[in-house]
Design a protein around this ligand. Structure first.
Ligand SMILES: [Zn+2]
Ligand SMILES: [Zn+2]
Length: 128
C-alpha cells in the first residue's frame, strides 16, 4: 500500500465532517424515535393525528430550545406538526428580539449556533 493518490489531509477533513454530520443525524433520529415511543402521535398544539407516511410531518420540538438537552424521560421533547413547530419558533424569535427584553430577565446569547456550517465554510475556502 504505497500508491496514495489522494491527499491525506483532505481525506481526514472529509472524514471529520462526514462523521460529525452522521453523528448529528443519528442523534436526531434517535430522539425522534424515542419521542414517538413516549408520546401519542398527535401534534401537541393543534391536536392533529399523524400516522403512516404522514408521521414525517410530526417533528420533535425541544421545549427549552436546546437541542443538546435530551433527557431520556422525554421531558424536554414535544411532538409538533411542521406548521405548529414553525409557529413555535416564530414566537420564540419574536420574544428574543432586541429591545423587547423584560427587565430582570437576563440577556443571554442564542443557545444554538450551527456548529458545523462555519466549519464547512472554512474547509470550502481551504479547498479552493
Ligand atoms: Zn400542529
Ligand atoms: Zn423546535
Amino acid at each position: 500500500m504505497s500508491a496514495n493518490t489522494r491527499e491525506p489531509q483532505n481525506d481526514k477533513q472529509d472524514q471529520l465532517i462526514a462523521d460529525a454530520r452522521r453523528n448529528r443525524e443519528q442523534r436526531e433520529k434517535d430522539y425522534r424515535e424515542q419521542t414517538l415511543k413516549l408520546y401519542p402521535h398527535i401534534c401537541a398544539r393543534c391536536g392533529r393525528e399523524f400516522e403512516g407516511k404522514k408521521l414525517r410531518e410530526l417533528t420533535v420540538h425541544h421545549k427549552d430550545h436546546n437541542h443538546d438537552n435530551n433527557p431520556p424521560d422525554g421531558s424536554n421533547w414535544e411532538l409538533l406538526c411542521l406548521y405548529c413547530h414553525d409557529n413555535e419558533h416564530q414566537e420564540y424569535l419574536d420574544e428574543e428580539l432586541p429591545g423587547k427584553t423584560t427587565p430582570g430577565r437576563e440577556n443571554k446569547p442564542a443557545p444554538m449556533q450551527k456548529p458545523f456550517s462555519a466549519l464547512e465554510e472554512l474547509l470550502k475556502n481551504l479547498k479552493k
